[in-house]
Design a protein around this ligand. Structure first.
Ligand code: EPZ
Length: 419
């Protein structure tokens, strides 16, 4: 069982290079199913979730070569087949459901196990299915599976009750070969949506408006070769920015893009962090980060739910009372009990957490409950007095490339052990 051990109190310094966005690369690899033969994803993050979705494509007959030196992934769909995928493999990661749209677009039908919920919420897919039905598909669910069948997908107008990232992505991919025009209204506006649209357009798709609330997809006949470099991971960047703040340090985050991080930059500045913002990096000085601020997570361009836990670690230390409201997921406060074991003073009432800043956290044994909660506990450990031992770090490895190595290079006293 691997664990991460942090001895707190070290200042950070130097610079850290951010990897490509997990939440771009996963839908992009799913979208490669739409390419008639080969495509290449450059600078891909070598993460557990990326390996899983590559295995799912291999299971469908694709050739997938992962070059861990160049960090490139080559997908060749020449021999892809319409088969029921290995459901055990698919269930390893919810994001596998993103292959539904492309498989239906390519083959006219597909069967997948219903993605389970996870620790942060029930994670329904009703909006994904609403979109596929609007494009003319028959959708049957039962016995833990969902089957989609259609003779020909026909473009339509689809309104999303919630700007769901995954639903926007699945519908966009399903519509690429649909007859005529598809309009997605109240679409998700995350940068990863734009990245997916740019990847698809680089193969010959005709998608307009990605990044706005209204996306138009004009059906085309086929998609061809591309070699594509995804955007930097704005959540990984925000996590290291929060690390500088919580340790009151000054570091340079290479790959922190202002346009993708405006709410995080704004809230950190309200905390007292100062920044020198360049086109492809941010020099962040957390020396004076101690003020309490209120945060309410919202779909992009609001404050990202994926940064809520990390900010809560920061707000646990310092003076004043902060209110954190989680509006996106119904159960995304599981890091709170672990932070309280480290001495934080946080009370939860439904989707609202009230944080009274304390003057110190103390290290202890804690467990990661999900990806971002795990990152938050590492941040808390960096600032805590004594040793923090974080278990269940497989959650963290799903979304952060070499997190302990990158922090160690910044001066943290951190290591991974295998008990
Ligand atoms: C994506 O998940 C990300 N994952 C999540 O990142 C991120 O937190 C989330 O978007 C929100 O930004 C990937 O991109 C792989 P949603 P997704 O569909 O697509 C409701 C991380 O830590 N909803 O936007 O599953 C749902 O219940 C992960 O990197 C419906 O009601 O998120 C939730 O409350 C965690 N019906 C809200 O929308 C649907 O059909 C947001 O879900 C779909 C979603």
């Amino acid at each position: 069982m691997e664990k991460i051990i942090v001895n707190g109190g070290q200042k950070l310094n130097g610079e850290v290079e951010i990897s490509s966005a997990k939440n771009s690369v996963l839908p992009i690899i799913a979208a490669s199913i739409l390419c008639k033969d080969k495509c290449v994803i450059e600078n891909a993050p070598m993460l557990e979730d990326v390996y899983v979705i590559c295995d799912v494509l291999r299971d469908l007959g694709c050739k997938v070569d992962i070059d861990k030196v160049q960090n490139n992934i080559m997908v060749d769909t020449t021999n892809i087949t319409l088969k029921d995928p290995n459901m055990e493999l698919v269930r390893k990661m919810r994001a596998s459901f993103l292959i539904m749209g492309p498989m239906v677009a390519r083959f006219g039908r597909f069967k997948l196990s219903l993605p389970g919920g996870c620790n942060i919420g029930s994670r329904p897919i009703d909006l994904h299915l609403k979109g596929l039905k609007a494009l003319g598909a028959e959708v049957d669910t039962g016995h833990g599976f969902v089957e989609v069948d259609v003779k020909k997908l026909v473009g339509n107008k689809i309104y999303l009750d919630f700007p769901s990232v995954g639903a926007t992505e699945n519908i966009m991919m399903a519509a690429v070969f649909a007859q005529g025009e598809t309009i997605i209204q109240n679409a998700a506006e995350e940068p990863e949506i734009c990245d997916l649209a740019m990847f698809l357009n680089s193969m010959g798709a005709k998608i307009q408006g990605a990044g706005s609330g209204t996306i138009k997809i004009f059906g085309v006949k086929e998609l061809n070769y591309t070699s594509y470099k995804p955007i930097y991971d704005r959540i990984e960047a925000g996590t290291y920015m929060a690390a500088a703040a919580i340790t009151r340090s000054k570091i340079k985050v290479i790959g922190a893009i202002e346009e993708h991080l405006r709410p995080v930059i704004s809230k950190l500045q309200e905390c007292g962090v100062t920044m020198d913002i360049q086109s492809d990096s941010i020099l962040i000085d957390g020396s004076n980060a101690f003020k309490a601020v209120d945060i309410k997570t919202m779909p992009y361009p609001g404050f990202p739910t994926d940064m809520q836990a990390q900010m809560m670690s920061l707000l646990s230390l310092g003076s004043g009372t902060s209110i954190v409201t989680e509006t996106v997921f119904e159960n995304r406060f599981m890091h709170v009990s672990e932070l309280c074991r480290m001495g934080a003073n946080i009370k939860i009432d439904g989707r609202v957490a009230v944080i009274d800043g304390v003057n110190k956290l103390t290290g202890c044994e804690v467990k990661a409950s999900d990806l971002r909660a795990g990152a938050a506990l590492i941040l808390a450990g960096l600032a805590a007095e004594g040793m923090t031992c974080i278990g269940d770090i497989y959650h963290i490895d799903r979304g952060y490339v070499d997190i302990e190595k990158k922090l160690k290079r910044l001066g943290a006293d951190i290591k991974r052990i295998n008990e």
